[in-house]
Design a protein around this ligand. Structure first.
Ligand SMILES: *Cc1c(COP(=O)(O)O)cnc(C)c1O
Length: 386
């Protein structure tokens, strides 16, 4: 049997042909496929605008430039990939780490307590962890009651739905971000996007993606036009300090091809989740949450009380690896990372996160994982934990 990783992409011949066609076209970087891909993201998520960028981290960076000011306090989760809170630091704002709930998502009740205590808090960055959406009603309530900015990190959650609200639709937020890294639901190699329903935010994001350049609206008329009133054809202006965070046309061709299969991918992930749920029923392996139709299952996380067993988590990972199964851990509490500790973090009271970190790990979860491989993962896990 081949090595079974915790996550991997699904690439087929159609994907390869889509990329090849674009490589043979006139455009390698920004061309027609970028806008087509952005339109598809809007259609799928229900958001009005989307800006595709080089990766999910670039998406977070640009969203943070637009949403935050220097020294703004931002509530966020310790249970995420580094990039979520790093993007707050990029703009010299201040992340405040709030404990999680039993399902791995940020505790929005604790967020409300923080908002009551400190009225200078400006924003919340939530992550729909593992694809399981945070409660949208509560998000809406917090946004309206406390007039805060909200960013949804949807890197795990495209295809997820809470009530009628689809991940990335920004129904109760200012911006959402997506990632198209190969382990995520659909891939462009590297890639990401921001979605928003706000035109002003959209236009700022377009400018920031390309060095802060603007070719349509000019502030300096005397530079923009000649003495006869003709617009200088070469002219552009820089209106803000932007970056080169563009995505290429052939990446977007891949993304468009992947989108055609996204519903199938999510469906298969849900099947795998239901199989795991069933296998672990009434066992010492406790799923982080069980199937309820909401999660798009980027990850399948379980908890095990290692203090009651003769095996440590490191031993489990190593033994599973010997049997050609890759486990992963999502995530090490961000606030405990040495860099964050050097900034004074790591002393927050986050008992649920601390216990979660002791107990959690992620099992293989990707559309191409077949039933036989999944059975092998389940059997091996029970055997090693015996
Ligand atoms: C993957 C991921 C990102 C970053 O995306 P990249 O495309 O790898 O830069 C951000 N947040 C979360 C929660 C992620 O899982």
């Amino acid at each position: 049997m081949k090595f079974i990783p915790y996550g991997k992409q699904s690439i087929d011949q159609d994907d390869i042909e889509a990329v090849t066609q674009t490589l043979q076209s006139d455009y390698l970087t920004t061309g027609p496929k970028v806008k087509e891909f952005e339109d598809k993201i809007c259609e799928y998520t229900g958001a009005t605008y989307s800006v595709a960028v080089a990766n999910g981290t670039a998406a977070l960076h640009l969203a943070s430039i637009v949403l935050l000011n220097k020294n703004d306090k931002v509530l966020t989760t310790p249970n995420s990939f580094l990039a979520t809170s790093n993007s707050i630091l990029y703009v010299e704002a201040k992340p405040i780490f709030v404990d999680i709930c039993e399902d791995g998502n940020i505790d929005l009740d604790l967020c409300e307590e923080e908002l009551k205590k400190d009225t200078s808090i400006k924003a919340i960055y939530v992550v729909h962890f593992s694809g399981n959406p945070v409660n949208q009603e509560k998000l809406k309530y917090l946004k309206e009651t406390y007039s805060i900015k909200i960013l949804e990190d949807c890197a795990h959650s495209i295809g997820a739905i809470d009530g009628e609200i689809k991940a990335g639709s920004c129904k109760n937020s200012d911006c959402s971000i997506l990632s198209f890294h190969p382990v995520k639901h659909l891939t462009t190699g590297e890639g990401g996007a921001i979605t928003t329903n706000n035109k002003e935010i959209y236009e700022k994001l377009l400018e920031l993606r390309m060095h802060g350049m603007n070719r349509t609206f000019f502030k300096d008329e005397s530079m923009a036009k000649d003495e006869k009133g003709n617009v200088n054809p070469w002219y552009y202006e820089m209106h803000s300090l932007g970056y080169n965070y563009r995505i290429t046309d052939f990446q977007c061709a891949l993304g468009l091809s992947q989108f055609k299969k996204l519903d199938e991918f999510v469906k298969r992930r849900k099947e795998i989740a239901k199989n795991y749920d069933k296998a672990f029923l009434n066992s010492k392996i406790r799923p982080l949450y069980t199937f309820d139709g909401k999660s798009s299952y980027h990850l399948y996380v379980v908890k095990v009380d290692f203090s009651a067993l003769n095996i440590t988590k490191a031993e489990l990972f190593n033994k599973m690896r010997e049997k050609k199964i890759g486990l992963q851990l999502h995530y090490i509490p961000i606030n405990k990372q040495p860099y964050y500790v050097s900034l004074g973090y790591g002393i927050e009271k986050t008992p649920i996160m601390d216990q979660y970190y002791e107990e959690c790990f992620s099992l293989p979860m990707y559309p191409l994982l077949n039933d036989e491989e999944q059975d092998y993962v389940i059997e091996t896990l029970f055997e090693v934990l015996k």
